[in-house]
Design a protein around this ligand. Structure first.
Ligand SMILES: [Zn+2]
Length: 144
């Protein structure tokens, strides 16, 4: 992939995983600048993208299935990435708040389930808006 990243084209898993973390972020950020997706949450947005790409490249089943499923349901790959990033974000919030023993024990399976449950039709209409505009300031609203 050298110096280009396109959210609508899956990066080669081996090339992606071989990149240093910062290089992944730089590529994703450049892509959004070029695609004119803007806003104060750019860093965060790039991070959330890079995490999902890494999950997919590492073969994390729920994310791999979700990206394929959401695209087959009519989303662009980029939109599907955002949808998966939203689930990651939701669960990251739980980690930050501190989990109970019970929450920790079931964390991975609940996260897997939530990712497996993603469908284009459940995301509020037939298109996912750019998560960036939803996430600014008002975290975690608009979940069903
Ligand atoms: Zn994006």
């Amino acid at each position: 992939m050298s110096t280009l990243y396109d959210a609508d084209v899956a990066p080669d898993p081996r090339e992606w995983l071989a990149l240093p973390e910062l290089e992944r972020l730089r590529l994703v950020q450049n892509y959004h600048v070029a695609a004119k997706v803007r806003g104060g949450g750019m860093k965060f947005h790039a991070v959330s993208h890079a995490i999902v790409e890494t999950q997919i490249a590492q073969g994390y089943g729920p994310s791999k299935r979700a990206i394929a499923r959401l695209q087959s349901e009519g989303l662009s790959r980029h939109e599907a990435l955002h949808a998966i990033a939203a689930v990651n974000f939701q669960f990251a919030g739980e980690l930050l708040q501190g989990q109970t023993e019970e929450q920790r024990a079931s964390f991975q399976s609940r996260k897997n389930q939530a990712t497996d449950a993603l469908h284009a039709t459940r995301l509020g209409g037939d298109k996912v808006r750019d998560t960036q505009t939803e996430r600014e300031g008002t975290d975690n609203h608009e979940r069903e």
